[in-house]
Design a protein around this ligand. Structure first.
Ligand code: UDP
Length: 482
């Protein structure tokens, strides 16, 4: 049975970096395109608390449901060497039976299933239940281009030219990817991360459409190549829709200690420091960052996490947790010395509210794509400190292509020194700040234009909505004729 409105089922994998943009896409389909929507979230114990946190802090439209699928236990399916990406892929696979059950139990079968990159195996469910199927890339079009191009590349070429000789990875019609920025799974063909990544790259083009959280004017060259049959279009197969930037809006009337502190600081004087929902630093790096901030003599807000050695993504399943503990791993006397200049927030901060505050003048970020978009829509210059996943590609794009960031020269696992941190923060907050801030402000207006009625991203999502409506009418006509 069907309703008169198209209904989108959206599937988000664990972690705030996926849940936030998927939820925003669902909200947009409801508020701008007349859909009903259900967001299914695959939960670990912590992602449960993450979504509760979000539900509390953000208005969810009436026609959108959030359904938490039962937590999946993958402990027997992984070993200590299983990377984060492979773990996420396994979690999503294990969650498929409960997703299928949940969709089958719905009063009306949804018109379309929209999954994030880790959910492409759920396409089998959309085929079985006669739903349209889409994948939503919560990253750049450039990352999408790499993902769909890699399966068609001769693996030996990748191994010999890129991995062994450190030559850039060429993508037709797009900027090539430098060895230093390579997405980790590309590096080892025998690793499960590689196998899962290639599988995703093969499954994505079988979708009815590929949605990307970017916009036409931000990545014109890559989006052009993805739509051009002589370049990447023959691999992409499915139409690519740039529908972004979809970012979490600021909650109206928000108040908190952090925002209260910001209210007392001068305009554009504070640098906000955060490594996303999952990023962690080693003990030595945490100490260097503390000293770098202090030496820069800038006001700051720093979201700190307990140090973890050799795992930059250690907090990915642990985020969304608030903690009121005073961190005891910072250099002796750091908190007392910086009492007036800085604020240290343990674990989790209201990021979108902070970034939109007029006292914030720069963002030291790991360049996760949501953080990047949140920075751009607030017209803020960035200090790029990529840690893992596709963050190196994002940092290159931000510095060399878009020109809204200055990148630290040292890259992990090299420990970035306090002197380098100090100098780079000063560059953005003092020296080069005005030029890149001006560029960031231009992008801010271009993003607003893309999302407004008649803008490129608005139109792209309208095409998707239109296809869903046609499918809905077809199914209804068929049912009436039966
Ligand atoms: N975030 C937040 N508070 C924090 C850290 C992160 O609200 O203290 C949010 C941030 O606004 C962003 C998301 O979590 O929307 C992180 O996504 P991103 O893609 O930047 O990085 P990831 O966590 O996926 O590495």
């Amino acid at each position: 049975m069907q309703t008169t409105k198209p209904h989108a089922a959206l599937l988000a994998s664990p972690g705030m970096g996926h849940f936030i943009p998927v939820l925003e896409l669902g909200k947009r389909l409801v508020s701008e395109h007349g859909f009903n929507a259900t967001v299914f979230v695959v939960t670990t114990d912590t992602s449960l608390s993450q979504s509760q946190l979000l539900k509390k802090s953000h208005p969810i439209p009436k026609l959108l449901d959030i359904v938490l699928l039962p937590p999946v236990d993958i402990s027997t399916l992984i070993n200590p060497t299983t990377g984060i990406l492979a773990q996420l892929a396994i979690m999503m696979r294990q969650a498929l039976p409960s997703l299928r059950q949940a969709i089958s139990a719905m009063k009306f079968c949804p018109t379309a299933l929209i999954v994030d990159i880790f959910g492409t195996e759920a396409f089998a469910i959309s085929e079985e239940l006669n739903m349209l199927k889409y994948v939503f890339i919560t990253s750049t079009a450039w990352f999408l281009a790499l993902t769909i191009h890699l399966p068609t590349l001769d693996a030996k070429v990748v191994e010999e030219e890129h991995v062994r000789n450190h030559e850039p990875l060429m993508i037709p019609g797009c900027s090539s990817v430098r060895f230093e920025d390579t997405f980790e799974p590309v590096l080892d063909r025998n690793n499960q991360m590689y196998i899962e990544y290639i599988r995703m790259g093969v499954q994505m083009p079988t979708a009815d459409g590929i949605l990307v959280n970017t916009w036409q004017d931000l990545e014109p060259k890559t989006l052009g190549a993805l739509g051009d049959k002589r370049k990447l279009g023959w691999v992409a197969q499915a139409p690519v829709y740039a529908v972004g930037p979809l970012v979490r809006p600021v909650k109206p009337g928000s108040s908190s200690d952090v925002l209260g502190w910001l209210d007392m600081q001068p305009q554009q004087s504070v640098v906000y420091v955060s490594f996303g929902s999952g990023g962690t630093l080693s003990a030595k790096q945490t100490t260097e960052l503390a000293w770098g901030l202090e030496l820069s003599e800038q006001r700051f807000i720093w979201v700190v996490r307990p140090p973890v050695e050799d795992d930059a993504a250690a907090a990915i399943f642990k985020t969304g947790h608030r903690s009121d503990n005073t961190p005891d791993f910072l250099p002796d006397g750091f908190l007392t010395r910086n009492q007036k200049k800085g604020l240290v927030v343990p674990m989790w901060a209201p990021q979108t509210e902070i970034l939109s505050h007029p006292s914030v003048g720069g963002f030291l970020s790991h360049c996760g794509w949501n953080s990047t978009l949140e920075s751009i829509v607030n017209g803020l210059p960035m200090i790029a400190w990529p840690l893992y996943a596709e963050q190196g590609m994002n940092a290159t794009m931000l510095t060399e292509d878009i020109g809204v960031a200055v990148r630290l020269k040292s890259t992990p696992p090299v420990v970035v020194s306090r002197e380098e941190i100090e100098t780079t923060i000063r560059q953005v907050m003092e020296d080069k700040g005005d030029a890149i801030r001006a560029r960031a402000k231009t992008l801010k207006s271009s993003a607003e234009k893309a999302l407004s009625k008649g803008g490129s991203s608005y139109n792209s999502l309208s095409y998707v909505a239109n296809d869903c409506e046609i499918r809905l009418r077809y199914i209804k006509t068929k049912a009436e004729g039966a």
